[in-house]
Structure formats: structure tokens, C-alpha cells
Write a protein that binds this ligand. Structure first.
Ligand SMILES: [Zn+2]
Length: 109
């Protein structure tokens, strides 16, 4: 009479396969989310620099220097101030926006 169900060896093989897949996929998923956050932060910096450009080019604006506080750009030159997905804060210097969380991270685009 054949026993219904799985043997212990079969169950151990299935569990081992699941563990191997998790060991491969979880670090890859974490890398992807981290690189997405870095890309989002870079995009936010570019957006703020563009809004600062509009601020400086605005003929109604008597101040031709860059904006003193990035918060002053909203809501006229940007609808809503972007926030860093890593929790950093943005600052502007000579037209370039930097993030306090990763001030030196590469900006590839
Ligand atoms: Zn950031």
C-alpha cells in the first residue's frame, strides 16, 4: 500500500530550494529599491534646480540671485517641494542642489 503525502527528504528538498531562491532574490530586491531611492533623490535635485532657474529668470522677480530658501519656490515655481526618499534635506549652492543624506552621490542623468 502506497503511503499518501511527502517523505521527509522530499520536504527538505523543497525547503532547500525555497531558501536558495530567497538568498538570491532578497539581496537583489534590496539593491533595486536602494538604487531607485538614489535615482529619485537625483531627480528631485534636478527638479529643484529647474525651479530655481525659473525663479531666477522670472521678470517679476527683482532678485536675480538664486533662491535663498528652497521652500520659497513653492507654490509659484514648483507645485510641491519634493522630499528625499532617504530622509535627507535639500540645500542649494551656486545653482546646484545637494542632499544632506548623500551629498556626493553620483548624478548620472
Ligand atoms: Zn536625498
Amino acid at each position: 500500500m502506497r503511503n499518501k503525502g511527502f517523505t521527509l527528504v522530499e520536504l527538505m528538498v523543497v525547503v532547500a530550494i525555497i531558501i536558495i531562491l530567497a538568498a538570491i532574490l532578497i539581496p537583489r530586491y534590496l539593491d533595486v529599491t536602494e538604487s531607485a531611492k538614489t535615482a529619485k533623490c537625483s531627480a528631485n535635485q534636478k527638479t529643484l534646480e529647474a525651479a530655481n532657474g525659473m525663479y531666477m529668470a522670472d521678470p517679476l522677480n527683482t532678485d536675480t540671485e538664486e533662491v535663498a530658501d528652497l521652500a520659497n519656490l513653492a507654490p509659484t515655481y514648483i507645485v510641491q517641494l519634493p522630499t528625499c526618499p532617504k530622509g535627507g534635506t535639500y540645500d542649494i549652492d551656486n545653482g546646484y542642489v545637494t542632499c544632506s543624506y548623500t551629498p556626493t552621490h553620483d548624478r548620472n542623468f
